[in-house]
Design a binder for this molecule. Structure first.
Ligand SMILES: [Zn+2]
Length: 283
């Protein structure tokens, strides 16, 4: 009887630990501008457009090193090559060993011109628009989606006769399908395009991270239209109020979303929201 009792305890323990794993959350953190981290239920960390030294990031204020707050990164995803998106990718890659996910031209030029660690930029995670890859032992599917923008890589080694901007491949967005978590769309720096509807048809977008700052990409009203086109269950604003030219706040975006009856959540730089399955946890 005692042995059976022990078995029962062990079974209960095993069942509870399985439950604990399945009940784990997906965490989405905004660092300001277009920079987000996603921590999957199994603990893998993805960083998108990691300009952590942007002026909005509270972890970079007063000369603080924002990299101290990101000890572990498994993947770095870049929508395009502009400096406000590549940001601190090279330093983070060196420090964490993170694998790069972006288009091949951007990866190649980051290695050649910005000394991105070569081995981490030459894996089967290099991809093109329209493609899907599986990462994190199959826990996350990454789809690269079109973006209407430009893309170039800043060349810090450029001589006086060379262009400061090298080719950065095509700009993109990402859809991240997380097992036991939400499906997240990051729009990159795109303009609105009607085919966003196709993204919404193909993927059930739980949360859309949309660039709303205007000037270089979607104005707030069109960003709200983008939320509608991709069928977002929740819209979150990004790429605004960082520097002159994109100095709008999120009010116009919020008002238009209200009119379109699309839920909106205003994240603060440095804030983390959590999902259990596809459900956002109440604050
Ligand atoms: Zn940008």
């Amino acid at each position: 009887m005692k042995i059976f009792g022990l078995f029962a305890v062990l079974l209960l323990f095993a069942a509870s630990s399985v439950y604990r794993v399945s009940a784990q959350e997906t965490k989405l953190k905004w660092f300001g501008h277009a920079a987000f981290s996603i921590t999957t239920p199994k603990g893998k960390v993805l960083l998108i457009d990691p300009w952590l030294n942007n002026p909005l990031n509270p972890e970079a204020k007063d000369g603080k090193d924002p990299l101290i707050a990101v000890p572990k990164v498994d993947y770095i995803l870049l929508t395009h090559g502009h400096r406000d998106h590549v940001g601190d990718a090279v330093e983070i890659a060196r420090k964490t060993g993170a694998v790069l996910i972006c288009n091949p031209e951007l990866a190649g030029n980051l290695v050649k011109l910005a000394d991105f660690p070569e081995k981490q930029a030459q894996t089967d995670a290099i991809m093109g628009i329209g493609g899907e890859i599986q990462i994190a032992d199959g826990e996350v599917t990454v789809a690269m989606t079109p973006a209407v923008h430009s893309s170039s890589v800043f060349n810090p080694k450029a001589t006086a006769t060379e262009a400061e901007r090298a080719y950065g491949g095509n700009p993109a967005g990402f859809v991240l399908i997380i097992k036991n978590g939400p499906t997240i769309y990051h729009s990159g720096d795109t303009a609105y395009f009607k085919d966003m509807e196709t993204i919404g048809e193909q993927y059930k977008i739980d949360v859309a991270l949309l660039n709303i700052g205007g000037h270089f990409g979607m104005e707030p009203q069109m960003a709200a239209k983008a939320a509608q086109s991709v069928g977002a269950r929740l819209a979150i604003a990004q790429h605004y109020a960082t520097f002159p030219g994109i100095s709008v706040n999120a009010d116009g975006f919020a008002a238009e979303l209200k009119r379109l009856k699309i839920p909106f959540y205003e994240m603060k730089p440095g804030e983390t929201i959590s999902y259990r399955g596809k459900q956002m946890m109440k604050k």
